[in-house]
Write a protein that binds this ligand. Structure first.
Ligand SMILES: Nc1ncnc2c1ncn2[C@@H]1O[C@H](COP(=O)(O)OP(=O)(O)OP(=O)(O)O)[C@@H](O)[C@H]1O
Length: 290
């Protein structure tokens, strides 16, 4: 299976926003999590990989395929679930998937029927295939979004913030579906929900202000913070002072008390407790102090 290799990719919008700044990433088969805050550049990167917009500089290769010079070849092996997935609410799920299959060039009726039914089973919508999409819950719509993205049996699947607004049960179901697809395919999951990546991904990157600030295996990335993370309960009124004195990466109210997490190479003082890092801590340390 071919890797997706992104080298030195940059994009500045006409208004001067540097959305991507010399991005380089190596993305193998499996689930790849792309984390970053609002405006980090995730959608710009996804859309560039999906050949929906062009970069100013850099190269994207999928195996032997050059995405910029061979966009039509890429589209044949690409599945894409954008952030805003527009649907025709009055069509039944089966009719709409059939229609999209025709648009994707699956002309033979028998073959098309087989593919549509297999996909409806895969995303667990077969039983409700006669229902209108407009009547579906958010989770069902997202699963339909995956079904349409899989119509051409893609080598590369891009999903842009797919779990926003899903309840825990639906989110879990969606995770399971993506994991299964990730066994055969490169899946790039763009999200600002740290848990999405923690649960699912074998590789990840955090981007902030158009830059890759860290990339690798989530467990190894977490390990890089261990031994340097401390916790303390403080008075709320002291928070600003702590922020001046220490590298505070997060502050939150926990059971009515103000809890701070601090990164420090040496023990910051006896009142601090050394704690195990998690991905949220890594994310916070990279976004706010990186
Ligand atoms: N068409 C555009 N013209 C000008 N600026 C844009 C355009 N699209 C995005 N931007 C800006 O580029 C930056 C990156 O935006 P992008 O949508 O890629 O971020 P994102 O990480 O996907 O954010 P979110 O999580 O909010 O979707 C932002 O500052 C955004 O305002």
């Amino acid at each position: 299976m071919d890797n997706l290799i992104i080298t030195d990719l940059s994009k500045t919008y006409k208004n001067g926003v540097k959305a991507l700044q010399n991005i380089s990433l190596q993305i193998p088969k499996g689930m790849f999590g792309l984390l970053g805050p609002n405006g980090a550049g995730k959608s710009t990167l996804m859309r560039t990989i999906a050949t929906l917009q062009e970069a100013d500089q850099g190269e994207i290769l999928l195996g032997g395929l050059n995405i910029q010079s061979q966009p039509n070849e890429l589209r044949k092996v690409l599945g894409y679930l954008p952030q805003q997935f527009g649907v025709y609410p009055s069509l039944s799920v089966e009719m709409l998937l059939n229609h999209l299959a025709v648009l994707k060039g699956i002309i033979n009726r028998k073959e098309r029927n087989d593919i549509v039914h297999a996909l409806l089973h895969k995303v667990n919508l077969f039983e409700v295939r006669k229902q209108k999409l407009g009547e579906f819950s958010g989770g069902m719509k997202q699963r339909f979004g995956i079904a349409q993205a899989l119509l051409n049996n893609p080598k590369l699947l891009i999903v842009d913030e797919p779990t926003a607004g899903l309840d825990p049960v639906e989110r879990n179901r969606f995770y399971n579906l993506l994991s299964e697809i990730g066994e055969q395919t490169i899946v790039i999951l763009s999200t600002h929900i740290v848990d999405d990546v923690k649960e699912l991904c074998t590789k990840m990157a955090i981007i902030n202000k158009g830059n890759v600030v860290i990339q690798g295996n989530p467990l190894e990335i977490i390990e890089s913070l261990n031994g340097r993370l401390y916790e303390k309960t403080i008075h709320k009124s002291d928070l600003e002072q702590y922020k001046k004195e220490y590298q505070v990466i997060s502050d939150r109210l926990y059971l009515g008390k103000q809890l701070v997490h601090v990164v420090s190479d040496t023990h910051p003082g006896s009142d601090f407790k050394s704690i195990e890092a998690n991905l949220e801590d890594v994310y916070m340390s990279q976004i706010f102090n990186g």
